[in-house]
Design a protein around this ligand. Structure first.
Ligand SMILES: Cc1cc2nc3c(=O)[nH]c(=O)nc-3n(C[C@H](O)[C@H](O)[C@H](O)COP(=O)(O)OP(=O)(O)OC[C@H]3O[C@@H](n4cnc5c(N)ncnc54)[C@H](O)[C@@H]3O)c2cc1C
Length: 479
């Protein structure tokens, strides 16, 4: 690459011209591999999951060590460069890309080291969920991660994190022992409960606000290697009955059973009979990671007459990847979501009416059961909060661009969300926020923890260098 001066977006808005010495510092190898548009690897580095939120940085750096991350952060801080951090690129608001600025693509920090005896894993911040599942399942162990295996560990964890094991073990951050992180002063720190405890507390849910995480230390749990899981689906004519059963089962199910409910138009998938393609269906995604799945699943199977019942014994890692194909990169996505403490009959009626009014064949309405371990901790046990949440619900709009009905799909998600907001806990999931969610939505996501999180932010990032995220210092310049 020919190095000279480069114009990039500045933290405080407007452009800043990086002098040749700074460009040399970034591109000379001490900060990792520097990419500009047209370079090999550029397209993959700037590709993110939500095409609707796509934006382009001027520069991408691919560091391969904490020292390289620290060097990059120091250059960005010294010159006031707008900086973004990409884990898996799955953020719905597209916050990994710093528009016109510098994005740190962490994909080269992808090592996973499992200690089977100690039941822990050290996970590089560039890992996807599937990287961790592969290494941990080799030992019959698992971390508490989400249900689409292409998602980045870093973004998911820093925002809280939930998945099929959350009912048993809590938020992902409830299983976090330590985080190695580069803070705005360019220091590499290791935050734990007994070392930099305020930073550790804030990292447990504070998103990208505190610095650039380079490694996560997770506690693991014995899971699998086979579980009982899969999809079971019915005609939407029976949606009310299926949702009522979902509600009843989830109110008393053992924590080994996690059920998600989905309502959508049936995709043209080979596992669904062709006559159902495009027809409204309602399904349950099942994951049972304990003994006696048959007994626990009996009330669901008692509903009878499903379109398909694909629930079977399978590898846990396969279950983790089961939904990947439904979430391809580059389509346009617009999600609206809330946490719920319970599924009241009034909520269920409203949810179903809105689900059945869906406008795009790719959109879906979903409920995910969370209730269990996370509810047993104090609200201020980590910045993540939301300890009264027992379900997360989402109206997930999706369509391929260009679509002249895009506005209708957005309106469906927004209006559906407006219709159910009264049933919310009042919190919301930071990691499901979209680009047009404002600062009040972010403060609501933290509830009573917002003030303490802002104090940690002020201590570790007083200049709000890390602001391309769900920012908790939104008044400081470009957010
Ligand atoms: C299809 C799909 C399925 C999902 N399923 C789940 C689920 O089951 N459970 C769940 O909890 N969430 C789920 N999510 C939400 C997911 O947790 C967020 O989208 C999360 O932001 C993705 O992380 P990422 O690393 O892929 O994202 P990125 O877009 O790469 O990063 C998102 C943000 O995280 C921060 N960040 C990333 N890496 C670092 C780092 N190393 N240091 C500091 N900050 C960093 C930055 O602020 C960045 O803007 C899902 C999302 C999608 C799109």
């Amino acid at each position: 690459m020919a190095l000279g001066t480069i114009e990039v977006a500045a933290v405080e808005g407007g452009p800043v011209t990086l002098p040749a010495a700074a460009v040399e510092e970034l591109g000379g190898g001490r900060c990792g591999r520097l990419l500009q548009a047209g370079d090999d690897g550029w397209d993959a580095a700037v590709l993110i999951w939500n095409g609707m939120a796509a934006t382009t940085p001027a520069l991408v750096l691919q560091p391969a060590s904490p020292a390289e991350v620290a060097a990059a952060v120091r250059v960005a801080a010294d010159h006031g460069v707008l900086i973004g951090v990409k884990g898996g690129g799955h953020n719905i608001a597209g916050t990994s890309m710093a528009p016109g600025g510098l994005t740190l693509d962490m994909s080269r920090l992808s090592a996973v080291a499992v200690d089977p005896a100690g039941r822990t894993a050290q996970v590089g911040a560039g890992c996807l969920l599937k990287d961790v599942d592969r290494e941990t399942q080799a030992h019959g162990l698992a971390a508490v991660l989400g249900f689409v295996s292409e998602t980045g560990v870093a973004g998911l964890t820093l925002g809280g994190g939930f998945g099929y094991l959350t009912r048993r073990f809590g938020w992902t951050v409830d299983t976090l022992d330590e985080v190695e992180v580069v803070t705005a002063d360019g220091q590499v720190r290791t935050a734990r409960a007994d070392q930099e405890p305020d930073l550790f507390w804030a990292l447990r849910g504070g998103g990208g606000n505190l610095g650039v995480a380079t490694r996560f230390g997770f506690r693991l749990h014995e899971v699998g290697p086979t579980i009982t899981g899969g999809l079971i689906a019915w005609s939407a004519d029976r949606a009310a009955e299926v949702l009522a059963a979902y509600r009843e089962v989830t109110e008393s199910a053992p924590r080994e059973l996690t059920l998600a409910l989905t309502a959508r138009l049936a995709p043209p998938a080979p596992f669904l009979p062709a006559r159902w393609h495009g027809q409204p269906i309602v399904g349950m995604v099942v994951c049972h990671s304990g003994a006696d799945p048959g007994g626990d699943l009996a009330p669901i199977r008692a509903l009878g007459d499903p379109i398909v019942d694909l629930v079977t014994e399978k590898p846990y890692a396969e279950q983790q990847a089961m939904l990947d194909a439904t979430q391809p990169k580059g389509l346009h996505y617009y999600w609206k979501s809330e946490f719920l403490a319970e599924l009241t009959p009034a909520f269920c009626d409203t949810f179903l009416a809105r689900a059945l009014a869906v406008t795009s064949p790719l959109s879906q309405s979903g409920l995910f059961h969370l209730g269990g371990a996370l509810n047993e901790r104090a609200e201020d046990d980590g910045a993540v909060g939301n300890r009264t949440a027992r379900y997360v619900m989402a109206f997930a709009g999706c369509w391929p661009p260009p679509d002249p009905r895009a506005g209708e799909h957005v309106a469906w998600a927004r209006q559906s969300w407006e219709a159910v907001r009264a049933f919310s806990t009042g919190g919301n999931y930071l990691n499901f926020q979209v680009a047009d969610d404002d600062a009040t939505r972010t403060s609501a996501a933290y509830g009573g923890n917002y003030g303490r999180l802002r104090r940690a932010k002020a201590a570790y990032d007083p200049g709000n260098l890390f602001r391309v995220n769900r920012n908790v210092t939104p008044s400081a310049g470009r957010a």
